[in-house]
Design a protein around this ligand. Structure first.
Ligand code: FAD
Length: 291
């Protein structure tokens, strides 16, 4: 089996940017992952990416991918199971049990929020959000419900209430919260989000709450599941990276949402560029040292 200079895991904005930049440096590059990032597919309109105002997430990612596909980059549409440091090379375990080999790997797999309640995934991007800083402004003057599961969620509710309108905080943090007079706090367990074209109401066992926006603020799934031994940042969730996007594991780089908030496309693309350049440089230096 051939060994690639650089394998990029994840074909979202971070991964495609990394692949573009490594390929421009004449490295052999393989990108592995689903063609369409689920997050971008659900984003109807993006207004904060320079040069492409009002573009849908799907159209933007298709344009990114078309640009990368003009270079000699290979694509493989599947999910990698595990990434191992094998000493002389980095191994990537495929779904069929085969191992792919790379000199450098760029992990651009985004983040996932694990278990959700019924309706939450269905309405993501249509009244449901997981990101206060990204979406609070969409609900200016509107009624918003924040379902808070982690320690920072009360802070997010305060931020959202300043930007949006009437805010209700559903406290699932397991500890008391103080949010002043302007934010209503409810201590109960939501069981589903319902609506028609967009999310309209949050269902509890004995009552229902209506709103225009629903924020679910919970911790992301830890980022070291795919890469055993990967050091996490202080929050215990995201990959810890240096400025050049290197991780604690030689030859393994990380970029995009997996490295932490704010979760934004421009940041993912910028970090992807750094990771692509750094991985290419790593491969070049390694080849020189083996001569
Ligand atoms: C509803 C919504 C609206 C948003 N709106 C905006 C906005 O307006 N502006 C903005 O800047 N940002 C917005 N964001 C955030 C933005 O989508 C993310 O910051 C961006 O997609 C991060 O890019 P990424 O490449 O790091 O991760 P992702 O886009 O999540 O891509 C990661 C890819 O890796 C794949 N992957 C995961 N595990 C594996 C594996 N084991 N093997 C292979 N592939 C794998 C995933 O399937 C996915 O395709 C929004 C997000 C959501 C959810």
């Amino acid at each position: 089996m051939s060994r690639y200079d650089v394998v990029v895991v994840g074909a979202g904005p971070a991964g495609l940017s990394a692949a573009l930049n490594a390929a421009i440096r004449h490295k052999s590059v393989l990108v592995i992952g689903p063609v369409m990032s689920e997050k971008l597919r659900r984003t109807a309109r993006i207004d904060n990416y320079l040069g492409m105002p009002g573009c849908s997430g799907e159209a933007m990612l298709t344009q990114f991918r078309d640009q990368v596909a003009e270079l000699p980059v290979e694509f493989l549409e599947e999910r990698i199971q595990t990434i191992y440091d094998m000493g002389d090379f980095i191994g990537l375990l495929r779904e069929n049990g085969e191992i792919l080999e790379a000199q450098a790997v760029i992990v651009a797999t985004g983040i996932s929020f694990g278990n959700t309640i019924p309706g939450e995934r269905r309405f993501l991007g249509r009244g449901v959000s997981a990101c206060a800083t990204c979406d609070a402004a969409l609900y200016r003057g509107k009624a918003v419900i924040v379902v808070g599961y982690n320690a920072h969620s009360a802070e997010d509710a305060r931020f959202i209430s300043e930007v949006a309108g009437r805010t209700t905080f559903i406290n699932r943090t397991g500890r008391p919260v103080q949010l002043g007079d302007t934010i209503r706090v409810i201590e109960d367990k939501p069981i589903a989000v319902e609506g028609d074209a967009a999310a309209e109401r949050l269902i509890f066992k004995d009552f229902t709450l209506e709103a225009d926006g629903f924020f679910f603020v919970r911790d992301a799934v830890k980022s070291d599941e795919l890469v055993p031994g990967l050091r996490l940042s202080d929050d215990g969730i995201h990959a810890a990276v240096e400025r050049d996007m290197s991780t604690n594991l030689p030859g393994i780089y990380a970029c995009g949402d997996i490295t932490g908030k704010p979760y934004q496309i421009a940041i993912a693309v910028g970090q992807g560029q750094l990771a692509g350049l750094s991985a290419a440089e790593y491969v070049t230096k390694r080849a020189a040292s083996h001569r």
